[in-house]
Design a protein around this ligand. Structure first.
Ligand SMILES: Nc1nc2c(c(=O)[nH]1)N[C@H]1C(S)=C(S)[C@@H](COP(=O)(O)O)O[C@H]1N2
Ligand SMILES: [Mo]
Length: 224
């Protein structure tokens, strides 16, 4: 029950399969995480909510499928600039995950649908020196992730929640969802994924929040 399920909606292609097999052989993106018991599903210091609160900087950009663009830049073999139709033509995945916000609310069993970050990584192929990503959003927000966290099995560049398009207040048309880290890492109104050689602080990370943000280790704030 605590393990997220992932289901590939479109058939995987063979290049995808061979790349993933190579990653398995190399042990790439291994996080060292271990499965948690159901009793440990709620991270320390969190409480459950049934609704889905809205949290952001207070700007709500008007991004539509018409003006949507997602750029993949930096230390990658294949840079991309995707319009809406390009993005929707990528392999689609759906999974169920829990949300943990650093302000202490958690929400269980959210069905998100979108492009698995692993499928995106197969296409863009990070350079050997790529160590982290900086996510850029249309409201000026940024947040950083280590490459292995971005590549988590259940991480999605999501466009839908509970079978319906993500609403504008929740980051629609496209946001990141990285379920194993605090939700501030899940950038709303995503417009850019920049691959970088060194993990660098984003908006909250430069303002006292932890560089990684693992809820089970209570990595809420930076030590210094
Ligand atoms: N672009 C953008 N993404 C963002 C934020 C933001 O201010 N701007 N806030 C973050 C924080 S602190 C949280 S808790 C979640 C909240 O997402 P929600 O409003 O869909 O619950 O979005 C994260 N992603
Ligand atoms: Mo947050």
């Amino acid at each position: 029950m605590s393990e997220p399920t992932r289901e590939t909606v479109l058939p995987p292609d063979t290049k995808l399969t061979t790349t993933k097999q190579r990653w398995a052989e190399e042990g790439r993106f291994l996080t060292g995480r271990v499965a948690r018991a159901d009793t440990e599903r709620l991270p320390p210091g969190q409480h459950l909510v049934k609704d889905w609160p809205v949290l952001d900087l207070g700007l709500t950009p008007q991004v539509t499928p018409t003006n949507f663009r997602l750029d993949v830049t930096g230390a990658v073999e294949n840079r991309l600039s995707l319009g809406w139709d390009d993005f929707r033509a990528l392999p689609q995945s759906r999974n169920v995950s829990d949300i943990h916000c650093v302000t202490t609310w958690s929400r269980y069993d959210n069905t998100f649908e979108g492009v698995a970050t692993r499928d995106l990584l197969d296409i863009i192929r990070p350079a050997p020196h790529a160590a982290a990503v900086m996510l850029h959003s249309s409201d000026g927000y940024t947040t950083n992730l280590l490459l292995e966290d971005f590549a988590a099995e259940d991480a999605l560049v999501a466009h839908s929640w509970e079978g319906a398009p993500l609403t504008r207040e929740h980051g629609g048309p496209v946001r990141l969802v990285v379920p194993h880290l605090y939700f501030w890492k899940s950038a709303k109104w995503l417009k850019g994924i920049e691959f970088i050689a060194r993990d660098t602080a984003g908006f909250w990370e430069a303002r006292g929040y932890h560089m990684r943000g693992d809820p089970w280790a209570e990595e809420r704030y930076s030590d210094d």
